[in-house]
Design a protein around this ligand. Structure first.
Ligand code: FAD
Length: 457
């Protein structure tokens, strides 16, 4: 077993792994160094929001932190309000409360087992992995560990290619929407014409929050396909079956074009219950992804990724209604297109976007442009200090499709032709290995499995 473990990251993945470890009695007590990177430990980006408008996109009954306690979150919220149902979509803020409460409980439980936890509210700057240990460096300090786990979540968003230096310097082009949402009230005067680039779940959060905070503002949302994610049904769709027949058929020949056809056929049979078909694939996705050749994975990324994301990561129905109302009231307009450039206009007063669609380009003016193009996991073009150091020193290798880092299915990170025995990742950085690796239902399984490995002889 690894007795001294460094957990690097302050979000839900790190909190879940920490809690899994502390819950267990081990032959020797653990020494855990938890580097949280600042901010409130456990909440991370997703559950750090204070807005009641930001809802979980997974039903309460499926949001437990622990694979071994499936009702965990539901029990937590029902203690205060027994009327809450497992099918409800609750505020993410409430999930942050749950994460914090569970970590506090696990810290107590860890004491009973004799484990020691050192919570270090700093970002790790560098790691030096060797076969018999890992040195963790932040600032002038270095900490020895037997093993280290990267739980870094998504990487800091980078501006899209084509965004001019003047646009960035103007402060009117927002790369990190979460920072803006936390301080939107401070922006005076509030912008009137806002362009949002992207139409995923982050765009939905941004539109919900800012349309309420800036009642005079009008929004244009631009994306290549011009479509929002699908919505969940009010009641959970009962799974038609366990998806075994579909998965078997997919395994017969792992080709994306064929898989899409099989999926379309299965969905056509289920009609309005297509969601159940998509959901039935979820537990099988890591093994299906593993069967795809690099060429087929690249094909998926080119042709099927966005369609998959739209049906797989859905929004709660009440949020769909709010978005529909914004469109009905002409406060929100959707456009198809690709943003080629963003510049400050000649007068310096507004930003101007050049948007291409169907072989033509048009211009869009905006007081404020907000980039919401999804999770960034491309370590090759990122400014994250620790990730850059690890890449520069060839301690890790980038996934060729920009989906995090190369690793095996147990989370061991790859360097050269080998895997580190003592350097792991959990969560978004493993997308290249597992594909679906960002949401709690996947992360809690990974945390349990990783805790088993860290403690095994
Ligand atoms: C807006 C949003 C809504 C979501 N909603 C849901 C949902 O409803 N249900 C669901 O299951 N999933 C949801 N997700 C997916 C979500 O990513 C996971 O549920 C979970 O929050 C991921 O946690 P994480 O710890 O991997 O990443 P993060 O929450 O991003 O945490 C990463 C942490 O690592 C820290 N860090 C980074 N670098 C360093 C360093 N060098 N040293 C130390 N610390 C560092 C960061 O500061 C951050 O605290 C949502 C995601 C987003 C972005």
């Amino acid at each position: 077993m690894f007795r001294r473990v460094a957990i690097i990251g302050g979000g839900a993945a790190a909190a879940t792994l920490l809690s899994e470890l502390l819950e267990r009695a081990s032959p020797q007590p653990l020494q855990l160094d938890w580097f949280t990177g600042g901010g409130t430990p456990a909440r991370g980006v997703a559950y750090g929001t204070t807005s009641e408008r930001h809802l979980l996109n997974v039903r309460a009954a499926s949001m437990s932190m622990f694979a071994g306690k499936p009702r965990g979150f539901l029990d937590f919220v029902q203690r205060d309000n027994p009327a809450i149902a497992g099918t409800d979509f609750l505020p993410r803020r409430r999930y942050g409360d749950y994460l914090e409460a569970e970590v506090a409980r696990a810290l107590q439980q860890g004491k009973v087992h004799g484990h020691h936890v050192n919570i270090i509210p700093f970002a790790v700057d560098a790691l030096v992995p060797e076969r018999d240990g890992v040195t963790v460096i932040h600032g002038e300090e270095s900490h020895p560990a037997d093993a280290a786990v990267l739980a870094l979540g998504a990487l800091p968003a980078q501006p899209l290619a084509g965004v001019g230096a003047a646009a960035l310097a103007s402060g009117r082009y927002v790369v990190d929407p979460w920072r803006l949402l936390a301080n939107a009230g401070a922006l005076q005067p509030p912008p009137r014409k806002v362009v949002v680039i992207g139409l995923g779940l982050t765009a939905v959060d941004v539109l919900l929050e800012l349309s309420a905070q800036w009642p005079q503002a009008e929004f244009v949302a631009v994306s290549r396909h011009g479509r929002f994610p699908e919505a969940h049904l009010r009641a959970a769709a009962a799974p038609a079956d366990d998806g075994a027949a579909l998965v078997e058929a997919m395994r017969d020949a792992p080709e994306i074009r064929r898989w899409m056809r099989l999926l379309r056929e299965a969905i056509a049979l289920e009609g309005t219950e297509w969601r159940a078909v998509v959901d039935s694939l979820r537990p099988h996705l890591p093994s299906l992804w593993a069967e795809l050749s690099p060429e087929q994975r690249a094909r998926f990324m080119r042709h099927a990724r966005w369609a998959w994301e739209r049906v797989r990561h859905r929004m709660p129905p009440q949020i769909r209604e709010t978005i529909t109302a914004l469109e009905r009231d002409s406060r929100l307009q959707r456009q198809r297109g690709r943003v080629h450039a963003v510049d400050v206009d000649v007068a310096g007063a507004t930003l101007q976007l050049t948007v291409g669609h169907a072989g033509a380009t048009h211009l869009l003016d905006a007081d404020l442009v907000i980039q919401t193009v999804g999770l960034d996991t491309d370590v090759r073009r990122n400014s994250h200090r620790l990730v850059s150091q690890l890449l520069t020193n060839a301690h890790i290798a980038p996934d060729p499709l920009g989906l995090g880092v190369q690793a095996d299915t147990d989370g061991h990170l790859q360097h050269g032709e080998q895997y580190w025995p003592n350097l792991f990742a959990i969560g978004s950085l493993l997308r290249g290995t597992l594909w679906e690796s960002t949401a709690m239902p996947e992360i809690r399984q990974q945390a349990r499995h990783l805790a088993d490995q860290l403690l095994s002889d």
